[in-house]
Structure formats: structure tokens, C-alpha cells
Design a protein around this ligand. Sequence first.
Ligand SMILES: [Zn+2]
Length: 299
Amino acid sequence: MQKYLFILLTLLLAVACNGSSRNRDEARKQLLTVTIEPQRYFLEQLVGEDYSVNTLVPPGTSPESYEPSPSVMIDLGKSAIYFRVGDLGFEKAWSARLAENNPNVKIVNCSTGIELMAGDPPDQEQVDHAGHDHTHEALDPHVWSSPRAMRIFVRNMLDALVEANPERAETYRENYLRLSEKIDAVDSTLTALLETAPSRSFIIYHPALGYLARDYGLRQHSIEFEGKNPSPAQLKELIDLARREKINTLFVQRGFDLKNGEVIAREIGAELFEIDPLRYEWDEELIRIATLLSRQRDE
Ligand SMILES: [Zn+2]
């Protein structure tokens, strides 16, 4: 009996030690911070086990209305680099403060070099949380919906990593090549799927797929108007347009109200789908969206 007890205790001790040494490893690792989950998808593939990656906006939360908690800000302050998407509402509202409070954190704008589109109609991103209107700089910040834009985005990440950690440059470049091939494969899949889409237009609650539409020859129409719910007149206009363009797909993002989408979908006989452009599995979600757009109508 005693013998078994001894073996059991030894096993338990081994498991406990193993766990805590792994935790120590994690704690020793330097931090990198990103704004949204799709960025973590890219960055983790570039750095491998070298860093821990911290995401500011938790899944299911809108980066438009997000306000970081003090503990999140402390983690950000401990990071070697903060990778911002570019000009998301939260980033615009907070980046000056972030830079001021954390002079040691290098801030990288991942959208540098991407040809940005006008946010048309202006996005909610343009209004910061103090209520100041920034519509004069209305650029669409949702670049991650297009694999073609992500080639530049990921390149910006690589450059910053190589600069911060030159001894590991070779590994990061190899990882970058592997990741680029993956992005190219998603691009080819989307091209093939969207070529046969029965309608070139779709409706979406919040205009998060503008770059996908631009790069694959589609038209995005948003229900949200200047970041707000549409008026009855605007809703009617959208319904007329949807009939003209024979739209059969309506997207509402996770975390947004389905009601207006349901009304329009019923009016025009389209199907409503919930999507999650902020999901970690960036590739899977884009392919899912393209598959939905390419589905054939029931005759
Ligand atoms: Zn948005």
C-alpha cells in the first residue's frame, strides 16, 4: 500500500513541477500586443515560441466601443512592441495616450503602405469616445478582410520583429515566407469561390468587408449609416437597391443587433448569416464568408 502511495505522490509531484516550469517559461517570455485577434493569428506564426502575444480587444467585442481595462494597459506597457491595425476607432482614441504613458513600447502601424479606401459612408470608427467627430479623415480601417492587403500588413510586422530582435531574423524570415504562402493560398481560394458568386453585391450591418469587396470585384452595402442605425427612408432606399442588384446575402457581425438585418432579409427574400471578422481563425472565416457569397440560389 505504502509503495503505491509513494508512486502516486511521485507522479503528482512530477506533474506539478512540469506545469510550473512551463508557467515560468511563459512568464519569462517577452510580450507583444496586438489590437484584434486576426493580428494574433499572423503574429504568432511569425514569432513561433519567442514571444507571448496579448490581444487588446477580446473576442466578441467591437473595436469601435472598446475601452481597455487598467490590467490590459499594464500588459501593454510591458510589451516590446504594440502592433496597431491602423486607424480603428479605439486606436485613434487611445494611441496618443498609449504612446505618452509607455515611451518604451515601440508602436507599429500595420497598415502602413496599404492603399486605404475612403470610408463611405463614414464609419463609426471616425467618432471617438469623447464624441469628437473625425469624419474629415474618413478612411476605412478594416484592411484585414483582404488577403492581398495582408501581404503588406504582415511584411510590416516582419520588419518590426527583425529590427527588435536581429539575432532571430533568419527564423522570422522563414516563418514569413511560410505565412505568405498560406495567405496566397487563401487569396486563390477566394478568387475561385467569388468568381462564380451569383450576385456581385451583398449587404452587411457594419461595413467590415470593404477591402474584400474592392479586391475581388464585389460591392458592399452597409445597413449602418455613418455608424448609426438607418432612418426608415434610408432603410427603404437600401431595400430598393437590394432588389435592383438582386442581393441574396446579408451579413451581421457577431456582437451586433440582428433586427434591422432580419427586416431587410425578409423584405428582399435574402438569407441572413452571422459572421465574425474578428475571429482568430482569419483564414477559415474569410473562406467561410466567400463560400456563403458563392452559394447558388435555389431555383
Ligand atoms: Zn469596424
